[in-house]
Design a protein around this ligand. Structure first.
Ligand code: NAD
Ligand code: MG
Length: 301
């Protein structure tokens, strides 16, 4: 977004970013930001860093596009070294533009593509990130699969399995492998959804995974407190990312995306990145086992 305003100037959130209706724009999963209209804001022009993550080392899954991309930009501008994972078919153009941006600003970004539905790959990813970054103290479990189906009768076992593997099993495998490597002060940040609280009829399998992520987050936070490792989750409402037009929602819902929340528009990824920054830093040192809603006003409870 060329005309993205300064994040630190007071603005009316109703008009800060585009409002529906949006054009229909079907694309194949996993989708690309290059094919989105309007183009999403991941903070490329708007996010200003303040050195809040100097020396930190973060792995972000699904870091190529959407919410993960915005977190990667914010982390890098806050001084962290960042590793991102994504599906290997997504190399171009989303990954390339992100790498060019962060490296162009003197930041560190390592690309570690691969499929998180594979347990062996998840284990390798943690060790590869740890080695490439020279340590690991932030794990952002953000990759996700969402496929709208009108009825339970339309959800195949294959879809159900892949949604759970991507959204739940990968978080389990990655967290389990990372914990022995994480120092006190480290932070695990999971990505749930408003769907984990208020499930839509067309997202049965997806909503179930997002509910599971909340339980996992709260239980693991209790387990890891004695190690000084914090575990929290972010619950986005509707965000303008490729997940939605690439099968996450039917196209008539894409047209009206975000109209259902009090602020009347989808969030832009740049508007949720600060929550991922906050939860990673020592500013959030007394916060664990929490779920932070960033929903445009749709209450999580
Ligand atoms: P996105 O499509 O930009 O990002 C999701 C990423 O997940 C993809 O880019 C892909 O790299 C990765 N991914 C999917 N399957 C994978 C696999 N098997 N292995 C490795 N990587 C895989 O969409 P997004 O909206 O930014 O999604 C990020 C997270 O936010 C997801 O967990 C999603 O459920 C959650 N979320 C999104 C919204 C929304 O409205 N966009 C709302 C609530 C929650
Ligand atoms: Mg993507």
């Amino acid at each position: 977004m060329a005309d993205t305003p300064n994040q630190y100037a007071i603005q009316d959130p109703l008009t800060q970013y585009p409002r529906p209706p949006f054009p229909r724009q079907p694309q194949e999963a996993p989708g690309s930001i290059a094919d989105m209209d309007p183009r999403p804001d991941h903070g490329e022009e708007s996010y200003r860093g303040f050195g809040r993550m100097e020396g930190r080392k973060a792995l972000i899954t699904g870091g190529d596009s959407g919410i993960g991309r915005a977190a990667a930009i914010a982390y890098a501008r806050e001084g962290a070294a960042v590793a991102i994972n994504y599906l290997s078919e997504e190399q171009a153009p989303d990954v390339r533009s992100l790498v060019d941006l962060i490296e162009g600003e003197g930041g560190t970004i390592v690309t570690l593509p691969g499929d998180l539905t594979d347990e062996a790959f998840c284990k390798k990813l943690i060790h590869d990130a740890h080695e490439a970054l020279g340590g690991l103290d932030v794990l952002v479990n953000n990759a996700g699969k969402q496929t709208s189906q009108p009825s339970i009768a339309d959800i195949t076992t294959e879809q159900f399995d892949r949604t759970f593997k991507t959204n739940v099993y990968a978080m389990f495998w990655l967290s389990k492998e990372a914990i022995p490597l994480l120092p006190a002060g480290a932070s695990i940040i999971n990505t749930t959804s408003i769907q984990g609280f208020k499930p839509s009829d067309n997202l049965l399998d997806y909503a179930s995974t997002k509910w599971a992520i909340i339980g996992f987050t709260k239980s693991l936070a209790k387990q890891l407190a004695e190690k000084g490792i914090r575990v929290n989750a972010v619950a986005p409402g509707p965000f303008w990312t490729p997940l939605q037009p690439s099968g996450g929602q039917p196209q008539d819902k894409v047209e009206q995306f975000g109209s259902e929340v009090p602020l009347g528009r989808p969030g832009q990824p740049a508007e949720i990145a600060p929550t991922y920054v906050f939860l990673a830093t020592q500013e959030a040192g007394y916060i664990t086992g929490e779920v932070f809603g960033v929903t445009g006003g749709n209450p999580t409870t």
